[in-house]
Ligand binder design. Structure first.
Ligand code: TYD
Length: 140
């Protein structure tokens, strides 16, 4: 099993017309093939989403509009907080990372690129189970 969180900065192509970001799969910024794209928007104020970990899934998160905060907890208990408040800021979240998504601005559109199709069996939705699994396994 593995777990990894990494902040990534995407290259912005800007000129007088505005800005553009291109994300290519199997690149240094998106190191997996994208099988699924989903996005979270029109979020109810004060809501906290996520509250789960995955067993295998690799994801790249970015706010293409507005801002939100991602809180992560690694299997070893290390916690981190990441504010995505501009489209060139990405967060790579891979494997067994407990994560919450919160503090969404009204205009937030959180775009997520995922390495696999939706599979409920890949989810760990019980925090106690996440902690137990974390203590049992060897981590890369
Ligand atoms: P949920 O896991 O609660 O979202 P979040 O992790 O952001 O809190 O998913 C909400 C609903 O959407 C749930 O019924 C499952 C469904 N869903 C899909 O059908 N496909 C997907 O790719 C995702 C992420 C969720």
């Amino acid at each position: 099993m593995f777990a990894n969180v990494q902040e990534v900065v995407f290259a912005e192509h800007g000129d007088v017309r505005g800005k553009l970001i291109a994300l290519e799969t199997l690149s240094s910024v998106v190191p997996f093939e994208v099988k699924r794209v989903y996005f979270i928007y029109d979020t109810t104020p004060g809501t906290v989403r996520g509250k789960h970990a995955h067993r295998q899934l690799r994801q790249m998160l970015l706010c293409v509009s507005g801002a939100c905060t991602i809180e992560c907890e690694m299997p070893d208990g290390t916690k981190s907080k990441h504010r995505l408040d501009w489209p060139n800021k990405g967060l790579l979240v891979e494997g067994m990372v407990w994560h919450n998504m919160k503090e969404f601005s009204k205009d937030a559109v959180l775009l997520i690129l995922a390495s696999e199709h939706y599979d409920e069996a890949d989810y760990i939705r019980d925090y106690v189970a996440f902690r137990q699994l974390s203590n049992e396994r060897e981590w890369q």
